[in-house]
Design a protein around this ligand. Structure first.
Ligand code: CP
Ligand code: NVA
Length: 317
């Protein structure tokens, strides 16, 4: 049984998972009747708010023939009257899979350790693998050859950057990130990503200079400066002077730059309206792709035989 706690948990098949998602998105015939989650129920636990993750999982699970149960932390016993591990063991008796959005990454690790059904991390303070799957799916829709495309991330060294760099390294795409001093990504994650980059032959570069990061880049990515759970760090955003993605910064990028953001965006902080609403912004394709990428991931994790059967039928990989 495979869990998805960080995107490198599916490193070996990531390229195929994304190709499957792209094929499924564009298949108006077979996909309509393809219901591998028929009679299955997937629990979606949320400790934090969500628009994209919640709706894309609920709709995606429905489209695959399954039932999604959204379980909000305030309504269930998790972490209050019982341990995360006990909740995992109970829910595994009813459900066929679990998604979990939590604060501490250790909690989704505990859920996965104790559950007997696949667990998907729907965002923790360390990782956001479903986001990275959608991000790289969106890049693949725009660039057939990832080896000649460059990703630049400007902003906080956070959960979104962690899985983005891992996914780029796994697929062989150069990735540079610019973070202010003191907001670097986690060293252990960077070292894991470097291990994949060494295998695929791409380059990972860290800098504190946003201009250096975006120079010549094809994809420019940013995320909020203050993540969910950090609201008490009211002054944090003050340390990100010069890290806003605006049209002036993008003058340094490749002329055909594309803008990415996991959303929700704080317009006027990490990104301007001019960039968000620009014709080269692909943030809403990226948001839609959360659903397709997760449908592929869920089918891969919960019904591998069904996932492979669809790939065979479509002549993929
Ligand atoms: N990108 C993302 O995870 O969005 P939500 O917080 O709305 O789910
Ligand atoms: N880094 C952000 C991503 C939101 C999708 C957060 O954790 O709040």
């Amino acid at each position: 049984m495979t869990n998805l706690l960080a995107i490198d948990d599916v490193a070996e098949d990531l390229q195929d998972i994304l190709q499957w998602a792209i094929a499924f998105k564009n298949d108006e015939d077979i996909a309509f009747d393809f219901t591998p989650l028929d009679r299955m129920s997937i629990g979606c636990i949320f400790e934090k708010p969500s628009t994209r993750t919640r709706v894309s999982f609920e709709v995606g699970i429905n489209k695959l023939g399954g039932q999604a149960l959204v379980l909000l932390k305030g309504d269930i016993q998790i972490g209050k009257s019982e341990t995360v591990g006990d909740t995992a063991q109970v829910l595994s008796r009813f459900l066929d899979g679990l998604t979990y959005r939590c604060f501490a990454h250790a909690d989704v690790v505990e859920l996965a350790e104790k559950a007997t059904v696949p667990v998907i991390n729907a965002l923790s303070d360390m990782h956001h693998p479903c986001q990275a799957a959608a991000d790289l799916m969106t890049v693949l829709e725009n660039s057939k050859d990832l080896k000649s495309a460059k990703m630049a991330y400007v902003g906080d060294g956070n959960n979104v950057l962690h899985d983005l760099m891992l996914a780029c390294a796994i697929l062989g795409m150069d990735c540079t990130w610019a973070t202010p001093k003191g907001y670097e990504p986690d060293e252990e994650v960077v070292s894991r990503a470097q291990g994949f980059a060494d295998e695929t032959g791409c380059t990972l570069t860290a800098t504190t200079d946003p201009v250096e990061a975006v120079t010549g880049a094809h994809y420019i990515y940013t995320d909020v400066f203050v993540s969910m759970g950090e609201e008490h760090l009211a002054d944090k955003a003050n340390d990100f002077d010069g890290f806003q993605v605006n049209l002036e910064l993008l003058e340094n990028a490749d002329a055909n730059w594309k803008f990415l953001h996991c959303l929700p965006a704080h317009r006027g902080d990490e990104v301007t309206d001019g960039v968000m609403d620009h014709e080269q912004s692909i943030v809403f394709d990226q948001a839609e792709n959360r659903m397709w990428a997760q449908m592929s991931l869920l089918t891969y994790l919960v019904d591998r035989a069904g996932w492979e059967a669809y790939a065979d039928m479509m002549g993929l990989f």
